[in-house]
Structure formats: structure tokens, C-alpha cells
Design a protein around this ligand. Structure first.
Ligand code: NI
Length: 226
């Protein structure tokens, strides 16, 4: 499932992130890539411990915590330290690859990369190219969203960032280990949750809504690993 998450960051937060990024200490993006990805990756990223990276990731993590759509779609168990990156100039792309299945945080915690999330920090008219394209069941899908918006896609998918030919593409990305490992099961739970929300919007609290909510939680209980 590929899902757009509007307004993960507010316009004020985007402005603050951009201010921080104006003189940030960019480093070679290959530092964090696995052996296959290394051969196709050419971008820049911020060291985890710089001020800009710290401030932006705390904004993004707070955004995740307050966004019902991302919580419902990803059912997060753990989140890998968000990274900030940029594409442009001599470092314009990240060719087709699949992310490593397991990531280690600085303190050695393992995070399984079930769901990937990219938060856009530049508007589409600031750069040419730089589309995130994700291969899913229906072929390649390209995504390029306004600053502050995010996209979720399965960690299992082959994906790339196409070459930036003008300007800079700025983004923050991270992986989520979900309580529900299967993309298919997460999708069913998400669809059920969204339908329940619309049912309540339209008809208020009904016996049927209560019963379906029970079904949702019983499925979650059966599938979730906490
Ligand atoms: Ni990737």
C-alpha cells in the first residue's frame, strides 16, 4: 500500500526545518547504505548527531504521534531514527534498490523495516526530477508531494529517487517496524478502520459500528506482535 499523509508537518515547522538546513553539515549519503544500495546511491545526508538533524527528527516524530492516518496505516511498534537527506548538484539520485530488512539504532536496537516513510521538505516547484518511484502490484508509481506532506510505502518494495536536474530535493525519511508484519493484514485493518470512521461520521454510534469495532480489535489482537 502506498499512502499519502497530508500535513505531517505544519507550514511553520517546514519553515523552521528549512532555516536549520540552510547551513547544515551535509555528508555523503553512502555512509548508511548497504552493499547493493551503495552502488546506486548518490545523495547527501545529515549526521544523526547534528543540531539540524536532531531538531527535524523530533518535529517529524511528534508529527507521527499526532497523525491518526499514519498510526492507523502503519501501526508502529518501533521507529528507526529519522534521517534528513538532499538530492541535487553532483549528488542527484538514488537508483532502484530495496532497503535492508533490519536496521540497528545507535544503541543497538534492531528495527525491522516494514514500512518506509518519506517526509517532503521542499515543494515540487523548487526542483525538477527527484520523484520517489515505488514498484507495487500495479507497476511503478511516482510521488512528489508538497513540503510537510509524507508518503508511506512498503519496505518490501523496489524503489528509487529519480535524478534531480534542477534545484534541491530535501526530505526526511524513516522506517517503521509495525506491530503487524504483513502488508496485506495491515491493509485490511486500515481499510476497516477507515470504513468504521466514515460509518460513525454518517450514522453516529450504532450497534453495527460497535460490533465491527470489536472485529477490528479482535483481528488486531490476533495479528499484532507488541
Ligand atoms: Ni530506500
Amino acid at each position: 500500500m502506498l499512502l499519502q499523509i497530508p500535513d505531517l508537518l505544519t507550514p511553520d515547522q517546514v519553515r523552521e526545518a528549512r532555516r536549520l538546513l540552510a547551513d547544515a553539515p551535509w555528508a555523503d549519503g553512502r555512509d548508511s547504505a548497504g552493499p547493493q544500495a551503495r552502488t546506486v546511491k548518490l545523495n547527501q545526508q545529515l549526521p544523526h548527531d547534528c543540531d539540524a538533524a536532531r531538531a527535524i527528527r523530533s518535529m517529524v516524530l511528534a508529527g507521527v504521534e499526532r497523525h491518526p492516518l499514519i498510526l492507523s496505516a502503519a501501526l508502529p511498534k518501533k521507529i528507526f531514527t529519522p534521517r534528513v537527506n538532499r538530492y541535487g548538484g553532483d549528488t542527484p539520485f538514488y537508483g532502484e534498490h530495496v532497503d535492508n530488512a533490519i536496521r540497528f539504532t545507535a544503541d543497538g536496537t534492531r528495527v525491522r523495516t516494514d514500512v518506509s516513510c518519506t517526509v517532503f521538505l521542499a515543494d515540487p516547484d523548487e526542483y525538477d526530477g527527484g520523484e520517489l518511484t515505488v514498484q507495487d502490484t500495479y507497476g511503478n508509481r511516482g510521488v512528489k508531494l508538497p513540503a510537510g506532506h509524507a508518503v508511506l510505502y512498503p519496505g518490501t518494495s523496489i524503489h528509487q529517487v529519480t535524478p534531480v536536474t534542477r534545484g534541491w530535493r530535501l526530505a526526511c525519511f524513516f522506517w517503521i517496524e509495525s506491530m503487524v508484519r504483513s502488508d496485506e493484514q495491515r491493509r485490511l485493518l486500515f481499510d476497516l478502520d477507515m470504513s468504521l470512521m466514515r460509518l460513525r461520521d454518517r450514522h453516529g454510534e450504532t450497534d453495527e459500528a460497535v460490533s465491527l469495532t470489536g472485529t477490528y480489535h479482535n483481528l488486531l489482537r490476533m495479528w499484532a506482535d507488541t
